[in-house]
Ligand binder design. Structure first.
Ligand SMILES: Cc1cc2nc3c(=O)[nH]c(=O)nc-3n(C[C@H](O)[C@H](O)[C@H](O)COP(=O)(O)OP(=O)(O)OC[C@H]3O[C@@H](n4cnc5c(N)ncnc54)[C@H](O)[C@@H]3O)c2cc1C
Length: 419
């Protein structure tokens, strides 16, 4: 291992196995640290929390949504925006803040709502999702992972013909990009998932994708840190990064609540806080938090719950059978870094669950959670080098952090290896 102290030497970074410090033990940081170790580097993973996966990767929708990666910014979103913003009980909420980052993010989001950008974004995200599937499959082929993984497919339900037509158009576009999906009518949806026969949620049809998977995000983080530790990676929990010290324009050390940590390079993958950590280095990132909620409820009548993941576009809610529980996730709130669980959202999700799967779950004591999707306006994550030569970024996976973590890690590790 060689310490790269002098920028003037212009040594390609990864001619050598490096000592790399990774900030953030969410799903993206854990995957990054694991891949860097696999590729021969020495790694220290640092997180402010007492264990991995406690922030936005704790109780998300659990969907490895490899074929549903269409950017949020699209002409269809733009058309629906007035209704989404002003409708009572809308899944979308925007609370204006005295924060230029929120406004800048919003303006860039509006600018990204163009058909060409949505199409190129879909293509880029499908490619990254494919890399993610291959990378996670390769990791899992080597040993058993206890992450409630299932390759059980996903059904997206549409409430009306207009929404089904939009989904069908996306299926046609993605077919040309290699995705295999089927458009179904309501009867075919029920044949695919008999539990839907009892549903009180109205749907006219849907899209079935057999190859979609799911996994418990917290368990995946825990499995990753266990393997990081087995591979002699250093885990530093309860360690808050306070600042990053540069010397001669290069990364020198992290200053943390537990002292100074020196390394050859640094990866910043701290989810929604990534811009705040980067800003003092002159690195400006268009990442803003989009808050969402989940419930986890015990299944008491398994035959009344779908075996696959379901996204109900009418209810604007996703459902995933996770072990003996049902994970329910919903809502997109642009309200800053607030993590309060709003009782109204919990009530909406309980009603949605009872409406789609009547009598299937014990709804009396739901485990409730709120998390922040670290989102970019284009939905494309930021993976790679920054303006500081040995500082790398892996952040901004937004609504797809679980899905894209393994692929983002593989892509970043390759970028570091290529110098
Ligand atoms: C309701 C909801 C449902 C979702 N459903 C899905 C889904 O079904 N499928 C999917 O693919 N994605 C889903 N997502 C998105 C996914 O959860 C996120 O993209 C992902 O968790 C982001 O991971 P991350 O590692 O970037 O951030 P985080 O998980 O937030 O990790 C960042 C880590 O950095 C640490 N950190 C921050 N600042 C510092 C500091 N200064 N010092 C030290 N440590 C620091 C934090 O403690 C944290 O552990 C969902 C998100 C939400 C909110």
């Amino acid at each position: 291992m060689l310490r790269l102290a002098n920028a003037e030497q212009r040594i390609p970074l990864a001619e050598f196995d490096m000592h790399i410090v990774v900030i953030g033990a969410g799903i993206v940081g854990c995957a990054t640290a694991y891949q860097l170790l696999r590729d021969g580097h020495t790694v220290e993973l640092v997180d402010a929390q007492a264990e991995a996966g406690r922030v936005s990767s704790f109780a998300n929708g659990a969907q490895l949504s490899y074929s549903y990666v269409e950017p949020l910014a699209s002409p269809a979103t733009l058309r629906a925006l007035p209704k989404l913003l002003f409708e009572k009980d809308s899944a979308l909420k925007f609370t204006p803040r005295l924060d230029w980052r929120q406004w800048a993010w919003g303006l860039h989001f509006l600018a990204a709502c163009r058909a060409a950008q949505t199409q190129s974004g879909t293509s880029a995200l499908l490619e990254l999702a494919q890399l993610s599937r291959q990378t996670l499959d390769a990791w899992m082929s080597e040993q058993a992972w206890e992450i409630d993984f299932a390759r059980n497919g996903k059904l997206v339900l549409c409430r009306d013909e207009k929404s089904l037509a939009l989904q069908a158009a996306q299926v046609r576009l993605q077919k040309s990009m290699g995705s295999k999906q089927e458009v179904l009518n309501a009867k075919q949806c029920i044949e695919r998932e008999p539990a839907l026969a009892a549903s009180q949620s109205a749907f006219v049809g849907g899209v079935w994708t057999a190859s979609e998977c799911m996994a418990d995000p917290y368990k995946l983080c825990q499995n990753l840190v266990q393997r990081i530790s087995t591979k002699a990676g250093v885990l530093r929990f309860s360690t808050q990064v306070q600042s990053i010290e540069l010397r001669q324009g290069r990364f020198h050390a992290l200053h943390t609540s537990c002292g100074k940590l020196q390394a050859d390079a640094c990866v910043i993958s701290s989810g929604a806080t990534t811009p705040a950590i980067c800003e003092p280095l002159g690195i400006r990132l268009p990442i803003y938090p989009i808050k969402g909620y989940s419930l986890t409820v015990p299944v008491i009548q398994p035959e009344r719950v779908a075996n696959c993941s379901i996204t109900d576009l009418g209810l604007k809610t996703v459902f995933a059978p996770l072990g003996n529980n049902l994970r329910v996730a919903a809502a997109a709130e642009i309200v800053g870094h607030d993590l309060t669980v709003a009782p109204k959202r919990v009530e909406q999700m309980l009603q949605a669950t009872e409406s789609l799967f009547p009598g299937a779950c014990d709804l009396s004591q739901p485990l409730t959670w709120a998390g922040l999707r670290p989102a970019t306006p284009s939905s494309l994550p930021i993976i790679g080098a920054s303006r500081v030569p040995n500082v790398f970024i892996n952040a901004g996976q937004g609504a797809l952090g679980l899905t894209l973590a393994a692929g983002s890690a593989a892509r970043l590790s390759k970028a570091i290896s290529q110098g």
